[in-house]
Design a protein around this ligand. Structure first.
Ligand code: SF4
Ligand code: SF4
Length: 195
């Protein structure tokens, strides 16, 4: 009985630590939500999510963050910010979704939607290396990393023929400026994590 009580208490502590981390990253309050549901009512992606925005917040409040990190709901969020705009308590849910994606990412892919993480990483790698999107490289590396070697293979020649894909890409001349943006974001993240 005592052991069970201790386990519940330590889970609650861990849950609170996690909520604090999310609040620091998202710069908003998870604990202010009173479950009115206005966020989910306006969310264009709610019908695809196992846990719509208000439930995401409730699970956080209940310390069930592992459920969220392993769930695909956070990856369906389109960052449209409708939820944040509608919230009467100024809970910035879009930023919370961002923070959860980051934490799921740092936890090295416990999410069901690991393909989203692969695509995300490759997308950003391309921007950082070329200063623009390089679709051919993105598609080829995505197929290799996701183990779907033949995915959409027949589309490649058609898109090349129509000029929608290019074999080679020049780097964007503003690449040094883009690198500065990445560095600035990394510094901001480090500062938030240190809080
Ligand atoms: S930001 Fe995400 S969670 Fe919020 S309304 Fe848009 S899709 Fe839904
Ligand atoms: S709109 Fe705000 S207060 Fe209402 S459920 Fe969503 S997060 Fe909570």
């Amino acid at each position: 009985m005592v052991t069970t009580k201790k386990m519940i208490l330590s889970q609650q502590t861990l849950g609170l630590d996690f909520v604090r981390k999310v609040e620091a990253l998202a710069d908003t309050s998870v604990r202010s939500c009173f479950q009115c549901g206005k966020c989910s009512a306006g969310c264009p992606m709610a019908s695809f999510m196992e846990h719509p925005p208000n439930r995401v917040i409730r699970l956080l409040q209940l310390g069930q963050w592992q459920t969220l990190l392993a769930d695909r709901s956070i990856w369906y969020c389109a960052s449209c910010e409708t939820c944040s705009t509608r919230c009467p308590n100024k809970v910035h849910i879009a930023s919370i979704m961002d923070a959860l994606r980051k934490l799921a990412w740092d936890a090295d892919g416990p999410s069901k939607e690991t393909f989203v993480q692969i695509a995300d990483k490759l997308f950003l790698q391309n921007i950082r290396t070329y200063g623009r999107q390089y679709e051919m490289r993105l598609a080829a590396l995505f197929n290799i990393k996701s183990g779907q070697f033949l995915k959409d293979l027949m589309l490649g020649p058609k898109l090349l023929a129509k000029g929608k894909l290019k074999l080679l890409h020049k780097k964007n001349k503003n690449l040094p400026e883009i690198e500065k943006i990445f560095k600035r974001i990394e510094a901001m993240r480090k500062n938030k994590e240190a809080l």
